[in-house]
Design a protein around this ligand. Sequence first.
Ligand code: MOS
Length: 694
Amino acid sequence: MTAPRTPAVGAPTARLEGPAKVTGTAPYAYEHPATDPLYLHPVLSTVARGRATVVHTAEAELLKGVHAVLTSANAPRLADTEDAEFAVLQSDEVAFRGQFVAAVVAETPETAREAAALVRVEYEERPHEVELDPGHQDLHTPRESDTGSPPDTRQGDVEAELARAVVLVDEVYRTPRQDNNPMEPHTTVALWETLPDRLTLYDSTQGVHTVRETMAAVFGLDPENVRVTAPHVGGGFGAKGAAKAHNVLAGLAARAVPGRTVKFALTRRHMFSLVGYRSPTVQRIRLGADAAGRLGAVVHDSTGLTSRVKEYVEQSGLCSRMMYAAPARATTHRLAALDVPIPFWMRAPGEAPGMFALETAMDELAEACGVDPVELRVRNEPGADPETGRPWSGRRLVECLREGAERFGWYERDPSPGPHRDGQWLVGTGVASAVHPRANNPGSVAEVEYGSDGRYTVSIGAVDIGTGARTALTQISAEALDCPVGRVRLRIGDSDLPGATVAGGSSGTSSWGTAVFEAVRAFRDEHGADPGPGARTRAEASHNPDLERYAMYSFGAHFAEVRVHADTGEVRVPRMLGVFSVGRVINPRTARSQLVGGMVMGLSAALHEHSVVDPRHGHVVNGDLAGYHVATNADVGGVEAHWLDETDPHLNPMGAAGVGEIGIVGMPAAIGNAARHATGLRVRELPLTPDRFL
Ligand code: MOS
């Protein structure tokens, strides 16, 4: 699998849609122009568990401009209600606070909102439980996972290795619930046409085909009669990685007013119960090592929560299966099923909380052994993947650590644990590793067409969620076609285009690019090097046997400098530096933006992000951007993202891995480890708020 090397790939091409975005002419889903649209505003449950016994709608219905008030009593019946998340308004059961119990469709957004406020709901409340408390709750082993990984693994004689360890770390690490807050909240614009029944959604989503499939199944429509487009998307981070209940509600509303377009934008508050979130975790890590810090055993037991009505598991233990060499290891995942909204993907699901725990524990081990934290990691470098025994497609963690240490000035630090004072500030530095699977998901299809204007049109139902995927995929197409970028017209963001996998798991560029390469190869086979106008070929990415032969991961090393105020406990991070091994970089400008963005989101997780749930009522108390703090410019000092010059020869024809998620992984641990070095205090729970240092 060698690619022709044209200048297209590797160039810092500016986002092709950049001018349209900054001039406000790039359409987002909600802005889809429609004649006389109607607007939807939902009514959310105010109890965490029970039944909405009576929904009083008369007052709302009398309001001028109201077209419909939907409740479980009058909403159209759905064809498939097996998945509780999508069984919207199909019964009066309330499974969590903030669930849809009614919705108003009206002529203006203001009227819809006002009418929704007039809907009065009587509840029969039942006792509920919303806080993760592993010591007092029934835990179960997850039944399923979105990655297909087993919940538990065990290798070697764990007990014997722990018993003979000279140095033992045995600690519990906690991460809080975090909620996705992309700039653009979830929006969907729905149109239901009849004869035949046909549903069109303009949707802020990471996957037009996945939303189409879900909508078709839920509404009992032929997928051919469902169309989903996502022209531009203002971020997703996983929260838009699948259809959500609001898509179904919009579809129900549109069906109630056929021929009229219904617009639905979730408010920021709505998002805190309806689009998924990162489960809180409680993670016990046990590391047994010899005096030199060589690991004998790695044990990672992770507990999270899930909703009682639909299971989702935050797979925090996966990283401990492959990160470091050890003759014995065990990982477990357990869940408490509670009366909470349904958790889902949030940037680097699993790795983000998991690597906070593992990389903090590694720092504790380094300190206990008196070994430099960089050297400790180098010492535990596995030759092959400890989980599968497969060779790495390219594991260059050690180079990331070494280059990062060099660039950061790591060895200038005083290795003693701290405190280290500089006036009123305590100052320290920390390091942590990063990891993320390199994905190449099967199933994407691309089409190449040669036009009479001498340009190629490349079509694939991919989505650019703001990452620069449109630009990178155009560059990849130019490379595959061996032509300049200007001769490629890329069409994405529409389920009428050839099927594409979701923009998630840092898999988009890799998976879609593979399909584009295949389509170009098939096009050349069919039409030769000198095609005539109208020549067209479609191809699906064929199976890549290397995906089962090699362990494919991206790696990175984070370094951070932290200052903690001696009197107030305020934590500042003047400097973050990461070095990453992510295969070949398609576009250094957009790649850097993804890596820096990930690091900043890691900073955000380290210092701020925490959804505080009120156990009495089950809602997030700080469910808006005034209360849910995310890192802003004022929090960010110097951020540098570097990468190794490399190609992954096994992953895909481009040799490129995804860059969307790895930046967040390990960043909170590097900051926490730096805070420990600064203050002498070890904080094993995120976020690192000032009170923890007083
Ligand atoms: Mo990402 S959490 O896979 O969209």
